[in-house]
Design a protein around this ligand. Sequence first.
Ligand code: ADP
Length: 473
Amino acid sequence: MLYFLLVILPVMLVASLTLYNWLKHYYFVHQEEMLVRSGTLAAEFVRGYMKDDIDQPRLISLTENIGHQTQPPTRLIVVDSKKNVIGDSLRVNSKLGKKLDRVEINDALRGEIGRSVQYSEESRNWIMQVAVPVKSDENDNSPPIGAIFLSASLLEVYQILGDIRMLLFWTTMAAVFLVAVASFLLARRFSEPLGALTLAAQKMADGDLDQKIKIPSGDEIGRLAGQFNVMAERINYMTRNLQAFAANVSHELRTPLATLSILIQSLKEHEMEPEQQRDFFEDLDQQTQRLTNLVTDLLELTKLQHTKVKEHGKHFSLRNILLEVIEQMSHWFTRANVKFVHEIPVAVLMISGSPGQIRQVFYNLLDNALKFTGAGGQVSITAWEEADTVEIKVEDTGKGIPMDEQKLIFERFFRVDTARSRDEGGIGLGLAIAREIVEVHGGTIRVESQEGRGSSFYVSLPRVIVTQKPEEK
Ligand code: ADP
């Protein structure tokens, strides 16, 4: 507001002063022109009565007549070449017969137009005086035979100028007032939402993450507020997620640790047969393995959240990776009596990223398929190329996933049947890791499943189209 006023005030002042001075000059020039014109006209009239003999009585009445008719009201004095007054339009205080020695008259008697503005103590007024030469002939070069002296009050001009001054003053005041009001409203429009933003940011900094501010308008401030809300929501979500994650991790760690503790306690406190002892050590080993797996998975997840695809943008053949995983895992299927079918085309299926991570995705998917498919079932893995992607389907005839839980299985630590899955060795991180990896690689993963009939997991990864011979891995 202050800045606005600092700008508008000098501008208005300079503009008003300039306008005022210009108008004053204009009025003065105009008044002077009128007086000179009246004087010149009067000179024409009086010339005839001054040329040879001075016709005093006629001159007096003529001067009075002209004086009364001149606008603005003007005092008209006629002097001869000796500066003696021979006509005066005023009767009271008439200067008739006296000598009038004035600068303006001297100028007029030299053939020029004399002019001046002065303050008259007598009439308490500014007056303008003009003296015009009277020549014996119109185009005569001889010295003037007399002069006409005119004086008019500037009262009217000063009155007009006074009115203008008032007008300019009030215009300036009105402008300042309007600017003050407008800038106040404008400032409030900006400062209110900014204040709300600052307050919300402050609250967030203090740990109160549930912040949402009213979006004031569609302008920049509005967009900022909108963006702030999005950010606040995201931070809120991430923090809640992190808290849930930490809670889940602690929970997952507690069970094996408690089991370990009981096992160690038993070993310490009870005498045991070597046979029984071996069983206990077997259990210890199993629980330690669980813990190791959990920590490895967690590390994997954390690592993934800090990687970008570009960091491992290596081109490689997905076909080779799939064949490797299939070979590694097929004897597990045989052992579990689950039929394992694979259909990998001869095409190279070139993709880009980290081969190790991609291997992990299919390892997790096939591991789940095996885990959740009973003996006598079937698991198949199929791959094919689309225009821009490589598609892979892992299908099983296992127990399937209930419809309303299909969305949740990719969340960390989610298990459909908590107790059973834990027995099966799962901790609910396998699919979360798989999804993270696929997304980091710019792909998608989804599931289709029918409870009791089986599940199909679809992975779609961006295909790399290479012209030269690919580097086989
Ligand atoms: P887990 O380590 O428990 O296998 P995942 O994240 O891999 O964790 O899977 C999460 C849950 O999704 C599993 O506990 C299971 O309930 C369900 N699930 C995953 N794959 C399958 C599948 N092929 N058939 C049935 N249920 C599955």
